[in-house]
Design a protein around this ligand. Structure first.
Ligand SMILES: [Cu+2]
Length: 109
């Protein structure tokens, strides 16, 4: 996915429960480099998204733990990136399907 596509996916979708718009919250970037999520702990606001950029040459995933609430990234090929929307508050832990020791946490307020 290119940068142009990314900016288009940051849509101005209203949160229907609150009627509040989250479009002004810019995505945060997490880099996947040398089999690590960097940073592996971030804090964001509900409705904010995270762009995971895979700088490795091998594919990775951002897969929620059983009790986490966000849509799995699917495979992010080497050199590619994927945006994940976090619209549930709480501690969202995730790992990579291929490398279970690769773990990260998004704290959604
Ligand atoms: Cu991996």
């Amino acid at each position: 996915m290119g940068l142009a596509a990314i900016s288009m996916t940051v849509s101005a979708a209203p949160n229907e429960a609150s009627g509040e718009y989250h479009a002004t919250r810019k995505p945060i970037t997490v880099t996947i480099d040398a089999f690590q999520f960097q940073p592996d702990k971030i804090r964001i606001k509900r409705g904010q998204s995270v762009i995971f950029i895979n700088k490795d040459e091998v594919p990775h995933t951002v897969t929620p733990d059983k009790n986490a609430h966000f849509v799995p990234s699917g495979i992010i090929k080497g050199g590619e990136q994927h945006e994940v929307l976090f619209d549930s508050a709480g501690v969202q832990n995730y790992s990579c399907d291929f490398h279970p020791s690769m773990r990260g946490r998004v704290i959604v307020k």
